[in-house]
Write a protein that binds this ligand. Structure first.
Ligand code: PML
Ligand code: MG
Length: 257
């Protein structure tokens, strides 16, 4: 497959019209695929959008573009799990983990306040790790981490090696967190899902890896989002360019494709 062209496939789906027309976000997806895989992968994304717990979309957008830059490859972050009894303990645990990444409680609280007031933002919100201020000027769109994937066969091997049950949500989140944490400006990331039935979230960092937290919200709650804390001395434009445009593939000892 080494000479085959790679494509980025991005999906977003909304209900009540397109996102930019005020529709409710239902689902999004990011994949990298060779031409021979495209039919299967676009089918998977269709299924993902039309079987989502947030509702049925009436807007579905699929963008396929050829990959323009050489693909970066990285090992998945180390994964650990914090079992918590309820969302309150989950939030406290997340704060402690973020603090262990070098953030102050003042910064953490300010940033979590921004997240809670901006659950409607579709992508990630970028936060200055020194001040807790929002740095991106993407308003309701936020920054969509794109152009990333983990080959299914590599992922299956990783699950076996790590004695972990396959979980597509975790696969996607770990892929994204690994890409985010592979940039030298990233200090930490926190995320929990907007899917009302999915309550596990995580804190990820280059320093500590991907730390799952089993309860970040109550079942039935449709609020979720993602904050990325960065060293603000780094240039924002190139950081966002990396998140959106740099192709990134997880490699866990699998064959180079
Ligand atoms: C999302 O899909 O919106 C976020 C998923 C977080 C996954 C956390 C995990 O299970 O490790
Ligand atoms: Mg989601």
């Amino acid at each position: 497959m080494i000479n085959e062209k790679l494509y980025s496939i991005r999906m977003r789906a909304a209900a009540g019209g397109a996102h930019e027309k005020g529709g409710k976000h239902i689902s999004g997806g990011e994949r990298l695929a060779y031409e021979t895989e495209m039919e299967q992968i676009t089918g998977d994304l269709l299924k993902k959008a039309f079987s989502h717990q947030r509702g049925k979309p009436d807007f579905f957008n699929l963008v396929i573009e050829d990959v323009k830059f050489p693909v970066c490859r990285g090992e998945p972050l180390f994964v650990s799990t914090c079992n918590v009894k309820d969302p309150l303990e989950g939030k406290r645990t997340a704060e402690v983990l973020l603090c262990q990444c070098g953030l102050t409680y003042e910064v953490i609280n300010k940033a979590l306040g921004i997240l809670v007031n901006n659950f409607h933002v579709r992508g990630a919100i970028i936060i200055d790790a020194n001040t807790g201020e929002r740095l991106d000027n993407r308003k309701d769109k936020g920054v969509r981490v794109s152009q990333l994937d983990w080959r299914q066969s590599d992922y299956k091997n990783w699950c076996v090696a790590n004695n972990t049950a396959e979980n597509v949500r975790m696969k996607e989140a770990l892929t994204l967190a690994t890409k985010v944490c592979s940039h030298p400006a990233t200090i930490a990331e926190i995320c929990w899902s907007d899917d009302p039935n999915y309550i596990t979230g995580y804190v990820a960092s280059p320093k500590r890896g991907y730390e799952r937290i089993t309860k970040m919200k109550e079942k039935g709650d449709e609020h979720g989002g993602r904050l990325i804390f960065i060293d603000s001395l780094q240039a924002m434009d190139s950081y966002i360019q990396y998140l959106e445009k740099q192709p990134f593939m997880i490699r866990n000892g699998g064959e180079e494709k």
